[in-house]
Design a protein around this ligand. Structure first.
Ligand code: NAD
Length: 387
């Protein structure tokens, strides 16, 4: 008989939807022992929470997340609220003995993230941070190709994460969804919001980032605050670029902005090694591009007249996650990255092999984010302390 995984989800916004969808779909696509039960939905906005409960089938509504801590019918607390609240909720949830998943960035800063790691490790509760892009099958395939030794010695890693939604000076800061422009709630601008994703993917594929040198910019210096109604200074980074040195000696460039006109969620990376290269673009997520200079199996150079970028359609059942879905040649979407992440989390509990990135792993990404911000402030190279 299926074991119940009784969920209390906090935050009825964008991520609350993606996670709720994943809980509802898990057993349709993955053969796991646990069956998610949507016990409680929590949001400070009660009407929104009530609507959510109806749409997604949560059994009850809470407006104070603390009520989930003492609830005996909750196994997992899932944090989908703005960044400022992640640490407090996660630490309290762990201390209450609950499993805990949180959205990214893990925390406002590495000091908070360290406390979160301590809390989950002291409590011994399963934990995960939602860096969902790892679960795009093409990105998981990139990891497989790297692990198979097909890239050889890595030289360069190049990541872009570009958006364009804050170019107008009329966009207010603060409040619903726009809390991302208020550093008191978000911790940082594009660094925590977008670069954190790029950094997590980069370190997963290419190992720790040891040092960074960053330049950040705030293009619009003042904006009306949606909550106070006052025009206030903007303290987030609107754009941030940094150079990176990986522990394996390769070099990285990372660029992120919300001022790239025409770019909505343009997330790409390229890895160049001695034996091959990889390229991914989230606008064509079902493809991974691979250039094979030297064949792993034979150790021989690919014949010159046959070299060229290979565009792998990551939809075969042999590709990561794809055997759970449709027939070869048919695609899955953004929402499946959260479903794949949940499946990994649940399988991790069942097999005793914790899903990644757990809090300890995600702490390294937070440390790199902190180093990027410190470097941009000081205009100097900063060591990340990443292990
Ligand atoms: N993995 C990803 O790709 C991804 C994408 C978007 C957002 N995120 C992250 O997810 C988190 C949520 O972002 P979002 O876009 O869903 O935000 P959102 O603004 O759409 O929704 C946040 C919700 O949280 C509620 N809320 C705020 N404080 C609360 C509190 N203390 N208790 C209960 N409810 C509270 C708000 O009323 C709102 O309904 C953030 O940390 C964000 O960085 C991750």
């Amino acid at each position: 008989m299926a074991k119940e995984l009784r969920v209390g989800l906090i935050g009825c916004g964008f991520m609350g939807r993606t996670h709720s969808n994943a809980y509802r779909r898990l057993n349709n696509f993955f053969d796991v022992e646990h069956r998610p039960v949507l016990k409680a939905i929590c949001d400070t906005n009660e009407p929104k929470a009530r609507q959510y409960a109806q749409t997604w089938g949560y059994e009850r509504v809470e407006t104070d997340w603390r009520n989930l801590l003492t609830a005996k019918d909750i196994d997992l607390i899932d944090i989908c609220v703005p960044n400022v609240a992640h640490a407090e909720i996660a630490i309290a949830a762990a201390q209450a003995g609950k499993m805990v998943c949180t959205e990214k960035p893990m925390a406002m800063n590495a000091a908070q993230a360290e406390e979160m790691v301590r809390a989950v490790e002291m409590a011994g509760v399963p934990n995960m941070v939602s860096f969902n892009y790892r679960r795009v099958p093409s990105i998981s395939l990139a990891k497989q190709i790297v692990d198979e030794g097909r890239i050889g010695r890595p030289f360069h890693y190049r990541a872009l994460y570009l958006q364009d939604w804050t170019i107008s000076a009329d966009v207010p800061q603060g409040g619903d969804a726009l809390w991302r422009l208020d550093a008191r709630v978000s911790g940082s601008g594009v660094t925590g919001d977008l670069l954190a994703h790029s950094i997590d993917t980069a370190m997963w594929l290419n190992g720790p980032i040891a040092r960074v040198m960053a330049k950040a910019e705030t293009f619009v210096k003042e904006r009306k605050h949606a909550v106070s109604g006052q025009v206030e200074p903007v303290t987030i980074d609107d754009a941030c670029m940094f150079l990176a040195v990986f522990a394996n000696g390769s070099m990285g460039t990372f660029e992120s902005t919300r001022y790239a006109r025409g770019r909505k969620n343009f997330n790409t990376f390229e890895l160049n090694g001695a034996d091959g290269s990889l390229y991914f673009d989230l606008e064509e997520p079902e493809y991974l591009q691979f250039f094979e200079y030297k064949q792993k199996e034979t150790g021989k150079k690919t014949a010159s007249h046959l070299t060229g970028w290979r565009k792998i359609h990551t939809t075969n059942s042999e590709h990561p996650y794809m055997s759970h879905y449709w027939v070869p040649g048919t695609c899955i979407g953004y929402e499946h990255t959260f479903l794949n992440a949940l499946a990994d989390f649940v399988e991790g509990i069942e097999k005793g092999t914790p899903a990644q990135p757990n809090f300890r792993t995600a702490l390294q990404t937070q440390r790199v984010c902190d180093a990027v911000i410190a470097s941009a402030r000081r205009s100097e190279w900063v060591d990340t302390g990443a292990e």
